[in-house]
Design a protein around this ligand. Structure first.
Ligand SMILES: [Zn+2]
Length: 258
């Protein structure tokens, strides 16, 4: 699953080859092919990352929304270069005079207007994205406060509260904040909420900066049974809303609700 930092990293690469370019759009998804002529001759205005979504903006108020989910990936090829993935897995192709930009195997490609996207119950209504310049601390704390009766480990994955956080980031944010994933949001002190915000901002940026290096910022994700790098206690794992999560029983304390 592509988490926010990876999505922003790829959006930056896509922007370099697409922005301002005339792109011929081809869809590999049934039901979208009919819209190809309506995009003919249009230039890409902007490529934007928002949480885990890619938003490719065209004139005439059109937005292509792409979500890679678990299996999707982007490739950028120079014109004429051989593709390293099968043509039939291409769900979206943007052909510019110099490059072919291809989204493979992604189940989610939508063509919407901005207001349709904004009002869409599944894809609109995103919480603030810590990697965007419009991230609002006030809005983050406000949306968090509305989730008082839910567990923080669950809430951090809710894209309507904060967007771009996936399983790796939520595990590491809570470990660094020394907060157990099963703690209810309503039980968190002001200091603890500030710690969560601090590590949301810090770890998303650390991941962005170290995209090509070994992820040395990962402390306990997928390290169940191994010693905690901070105190030496054995890292535990458990299921939370269908996802495996990890915690140090000593640094993060025991849950009061489990
Ligand atoms: Zn520990």
């Amino acid at each position: 699953m592509a988490e926010g930092p990876l999505v922003h990293h790829y959006a930056n690469r896509l922007r370099k080859v697409l922005k301002g370019k005339e792109a011929r759009v081809e869809f590999g998804i049934k039901g979208l092919k009919q819209f190809e002529p309506s995009l003919e001759g249009l230039r890409v205005q902007e490529v934007e990352a928002y949480g885990k979504q890619f938003r490719i903006h065209f004139p005439e108020d059109r937005v292509l929304l792409v979500h890679l989910m678990m299996w999707g990936s982007w490739r950028i090829y120079r014109n004429g270069e051989d593709w390293d993935k099968p043509r039939e897995r291409a769900r979206l192709i943007l052909r510019t005079p110099t490059h072919d930009v291809v989204a493979f195997s992604t189940p989610i490609v939508r063509l919407l207007t901005k207001s349709e996207l904004q009002e869409d119950p599944r894809w609109g209504n995103l919480g603030p994205d810590p990697l965007r310049p419009d991230f609002s601390i006030k809005q983050f704390f406000h949306l968090l406060e509305e989730q008082r009766t839910r567990e923080i480990g669950d809430v951090l994955l809710d894209q309507r509260v904060v967007s771009g956080i996936g399983n790796i980031l939520r595990v590491e944010i809570l470990f660094q904040s020394r907060i157990h994933p099963r703690r209810l949001v309503g039980s968190l002190s002001e200091h603890e909420r500030n710690e969560i915000l601090r590590w949301v901002l810090k770890l998303t940026r650390t991941w962005m900066k170290n995209m090509r290096k070994k992820a040395s910022w990962i402390s306990i994700y997928r390290k169940s049974g191994k010693p905690c790098p901070h105190c030496g206690a054995l890292v535990e794992f458990f299921r939370q809303v269908g996802r495996i999560t990890y915690a140090c029983p000593k640094c993060q304390g025991v849950s009061t609700t489990s």
